[in-house]
Design a protein around this ligand. Structure first.
Ligand SMILES: C[S@@+](CC[C@H](N)C(=O)[O-])C[C@H]1O[C@@H](n2cnc3c(N)ncnc32)[C@H](O)[C@@H]1O
Length: 288
């Protein structure tokens, strides 16, 4: 089974299909606009320079939303944003979106086309003592080998009043359970596809690191997954399992089991003839 992430354009296409058919970005933006304004206002209060960072930022829709809020809260501060994102296609889309966002034209961007782990070496090379006020790790810890080590490294970059925002699916969500049930069959080298906020919270609790948690719903339309040979249905199976051509390359028993899992009414919601898969998420705002 070939890995999605090894193919930049396949991954981008799949991510776009996911966004088109789910409430993900709407839910995350809703969280950003209801919860983050006060937090962002406090984070850099009185400072003339604000350093922020997005890791696995994708095409930037969410990070730019956060930056716009930060700009509104601190109109006189100089804002510098580091972007860490390994996919060229994603970075190109991000830059295109930024060029259409005049509110951010005076923010300085540094583009790091690399993985979260590669950036750790890059940071050591820079030998910088810069501290970050806000770091976002949104829906990306699935793609690192050791999510706890990644959280720990990025936390070490925080300013004393800074925060890290981690968003992942919850363990209880249908997607979280799917990845957990099939973690061995779907495992991929260098990734931890089954990680959920439950894992991150137990790590934080064990280190006595304070954080706040916010849960929100997100649904993915999987109706077409039950029509044999349907192209869109097959592409949705690919994005759920992170495998290219899952329907054709997975062992047939695994494919049948995954489809049965999706079909099970405990894991979905039927609304107006559409089958919606539960991809509920949790946001953790972690202190320095
Ligand atoms: C599900 S997307 C989320 C994008 C964005 N944060 C959002 O919520 O819209 C995951 C992103 O992580 C990136 N990614 C994959 N492997 C990574 C790694 N090892 N380090 C950092 N980012 C990675 C992907 O290229 C992709 O842009």
């Amino acid at each position: 089974m070939e890995r999605h992430l090894n193919d930049d354009s396949a991954y981008l296409q799949s991510f776009e299909l996911f966004l088109e058919n789910s409430t993900e970005h709407q839910s995350v933006k809703n969280f950003v606009h209801t919860t983050l304004p006060d937090i962002l206002a406090r984070i850099g209060a009185g400072e003339s320079n604000l350093n922020v960072m997005g890791v696995g930022s994708g095409s930037g829709e969410i990070d730019l939303e956060i930056l716009k809020l930060l700009r509104e809260k601190h109109p006189d501060a100089k804002v510098e944003n580091e972007v860490v994102e390994p996919s060229n296609d994603m970075l190109n889309k991000y830059r295109a979106l930024l060029s259409k966002t005049p509110a951010l034209e005076d923010v300085t961007f540094t583009w790091n086309k690399m993985t979260a782990t590669e950036f750790e070496d890059e940071w050591k090379k820079r030998n910088s003592d810069k501290k970050m006020h806000f770091i976002s790790l949104i829906q990306m810890l699935y793609y690192v080998k050791d999510p706890e080590a990644t959280v720990s490294f990025y936390r070490s970059l925080l300013h004393k009043n800074g925060k890290i925002l981690v968003i992942l699916v919850t363990r209880e969500s249908a997607w979280g359970r799917l990845m957990n049930v099939y973690k061995d069959q779907l495992a991929q080298e260098g990734a931890t596809l089954h990680v959920t906020t439950t894992d991150v919270k137990s790590y934080l609790d064990s280190k006595k690191v304070p954080y706040q948690s916010y849960k929100f719903k997100s649904l993915l339309d999987i109706t077409e997954c039950f029509t044999p040979e349907d192209k869109k249905g097959e592409e949705i199976l690919d994005l759920l399992t992170e495998v290219i051509d899952f329907s054709k390359t997975a062992p047939p028993e695994l494919k049948d089991e995954v489809v049965e899992f999706l079909k099970n009414p405990i894991n979905n919601l039927e609304v107006n003839g559409k089958i919606l898969f539960d991809c509920s998420m949790e946001a953790l705002l972690i202190d320095a």
